[in-house]
Design a protein around this ligand. Structure first.
Ligand code: ADP
Ligand code: 5GP
Length: 205
């Protein structure tokens, strides 16, 4: 018997404040068998963020130790902080056939694509304008003016990478954007490339 769905990776990238976390909450209500990759970061927790739920918060020293020990599938410096994806839980979730969801930056996307290309589907998400991005970052009320400035500057750099992604999603109307993301997430585990090995052993022997 052929497995109907396979382990696969869905990467979301886009400027901080474009709505990735908000959209993901909508996706979780509508899909099953997923695993959200909880990153490790040296950024300080925001109000309301929980250890082991939003991130694993750590020091720069410990992060560097983890790099040396080869614990990360990928890591990058973003807005002056380190962020990384631990390899072990990802491998485990893929082996279980889950949809593994990453919220990582454009540098991380490039690395994961190089390492696990055939398993990756990626979506670049943004707001309709830079003004709207500023409005969202300001009304989220989690970052200082200086931090927001840095994130807006970085947004201009990140957007240049949009063509490296499989899909481009403008998060204007939340309901509509969620619907589109749910449909991408639902098709990620049935991409034909994921069936190659299995079909070769079952059908083509
Ligand atoms: P990210 O995870 O990409 O940094 P968030 O999900 O934290 O972004 O969203 C940033 C802010 O924008 C939040 O206050 C959120 O409520 C708001 N937001 C998200 N999507 C929309 C949308 N489609 N329209 C208006 N506001 C939105
Ligand atoms: P924030 O500080 O707003 O939570 O995240 C800032 C940026 O870091 C976002 O663009 C987010 O996608 C990215 N990011 C979060 N975790 C990781 C990670 O593990 N690796 C990489 N490369 N980027 C990450």
């Amino acid at each position: 018997m052929i497995e109907k769905k396979h382990g696969a990776i869905l990467i979301l990238s886009g400027p901080s404040g474009c709505g990735k976390s908000t959209l993901l909450k909508e996706v979780y209500k509508n899909i099953d068998e997923y695993y959200f990759s909880i990153s490790t970061t040296t950024r300080k927790p925001r109000e309301g963020e929980k250890e082991g739920v939003d991130y694993f918060f750590t020091s720069k020293e410990d992060f560097q130790e983890d790099i040396k020990a080869g614990h990360f599938l990928e890591w990058a410096e973003v807005h002056g902080n380190y962020y990384g994806t631990s390899l072990k839980p990802i491998k485990k979730a893929l082996e279980k056939g889950k949809l593994v969801i990453f919220d990582i930056d454009v540098q991380g996307h490039e690395i994961v694509r190089k390492k696990l290309g055939e398993k990756v589907t990626s979506v670049f998400i943004t707001t309709p304008s830079l003004e709207e991005l500023e409005e969202r970052l300001t009304s989220r009320n989690t970052d200082s003016k200086e931090v927001i400035e840095k994130r807006l500057e970085n947004a201009k750099y990140e957007i240049k990478y949009f063509q490296k992604y499989d899909y481009f999603l403008i998060n204007d109307d939340l309901k509509e954007a969620s619907k589109q993301l749910v449909s991408i997430a639902n098709s990620t585990r049935i991409k034909s490339k994921l069936f190659e090995k299995e079909l070769a052993t079952i059908w083509m022997k």
